[in-house]
Design a protein around this ligand. Structure first.
Ligand code: SF4
Length: 328
């Protein structure tokens, strides 16, 4: 059965009181002067409005926020996950389904107070958590807003929902601030990461960052209703022609993290955005490819998480999707 236990306080409340949150904000804000927040290390002065790869200045830019019922069942629960979609991204995926706001920058720059207000509004709508989608490039801004929200009563878990192109030393700063990590493991092989996401060094940064996330929060802890309060869920989007390197990724999780790790094995790949320009990924996934990925999970005894029973065009959201909680 999943690891169920009584409700725990979000970890950021303690860090707010003992000064750890302030210290992280200070360090991260300093980094914006010559930005080294992510592996791209653009070294632009974002406090003066200069923009690097992520095209984001010193204010957070938000595309939308909502109670999201289409995330993994332990994240969305029954009342939804309080999801905030940030504009822009530090990845450049040619197949991105959110390219209008992640790459073309749709959305609005907002004040820290506004972002704090969205968090509180989502909490007042009884969302189970605050789910920060693509947070990496706006981390200092998020933490500043978080501090405001805490002073106004925020007290639900914080989910760091990332593509996984992260610097492990930045993730270290989040120890005691993030309750739930929801990272992708997108690629096992460097040439694929560069060709399809313009992400040099992705496999190694990704592995080191995930080790640090796992060190901080460990395996998933669910409350008495099956809602996640703490821990890590790893998302793996299976791409056509084994571009994502599923076997190496599952081997890493089993050997370097834990065979109890919750994995969300995603089948919904569709050739969005510029994917048609690349023969290898210009089609949707085949059922056989997804079945092979499930078999690899079994081979490494990865027994927790969610797999789909058919190919799906939307993540957990359609009636044609059957999410199975595999609880070893
Ligand atoms: S956060 Fe943006 S500006 Fe900073 S290093 Fe990453 S891509 Fe460059």
């Amino acid at each position: 059965m999943p690891n169920k236990q009584k409700s725990v306080r979000p970890v950021y409340l303690e860090s707010f009181q003992n000064g750890k949150l302030d210290a992280a904000i200070k360090k991260l804000e300093e980094m914006l002067k010559a930005c080294v927040i992510c592996p791209r290390k653009c070294k632009v002065n974002r406090l003066k409005g200069e923009r690097g790869f992520c095209k984001t200045g010193c204010k957070p830019k938000v595309y939308s926020y909502m109670a999201h019922r289409g995330e993994e069942p332990a994240i969305s629960g029954v009342k939804g996950s309080g999801t905030i979609f940030f504009s822009n991204c530090n990845m450049g995926c040619v197949y991105c389904q959110n390219y209008e706001f992640s790459q073309m920058g749709r959305g609005r720059e907002v004040e820290f107070q506004d972002l704090a207000g969205y968090m509180l509004e989502l909490q007042s709508r009884e969302c189970h958590n605050i789910n920060l989608v693509t947070p990496t490039h706006v981390l200092p801004q998020i933490l500043k807003s978080l501090k405001i929200a805490i002073t106004l009563g925020l007290n639900i878990p914080l989910v760091y929902n990332t593509s996984g192109y992260e610097l492990p030393e930045i993730i270290q700063l989040l120890d005691g601030i993030i309750d739930i990590y929801l990272p992708d493991m997108r690629y096992a092989d460097e040439p694929c990461a560069v060709k399809f996401s313009l992400a040099e060094g992705y496999p190694e940064y990704n592995r080191q960052a995930l080790k640090e996330m796992f060190r901080q929060v460990g395996n998933a802890q669910l409350d008495e209703n099956g809602i996640m309060e703490r821990g890590i869920i790893i998302r793996h989007l299976v791409l056509p022609n084994n571009i994502s390197g599923t076997e190496k990724i599952m081997q890493f999780i089993a050997q370097e993290l834990s065979t109890d790790t919750y994995i969300s094995l995603m089948s919904q790949y569709l050739p969005y955005h510029r994917a048609q320009e690349f023969k290898e990924i210009s089609r949707r996934l085949k059922l056989k490819e997804y079945t092979q990925a499930k078999e690899i999970m079994d081979k490494y005894n990865l027994h927790n998480g969610w797999v789909q029973e058919s190919l799906a065009s939307e993540r957990f959201a359609g009636v044609n999707i059957k999410s199975v909680l595999k609880d070893g």
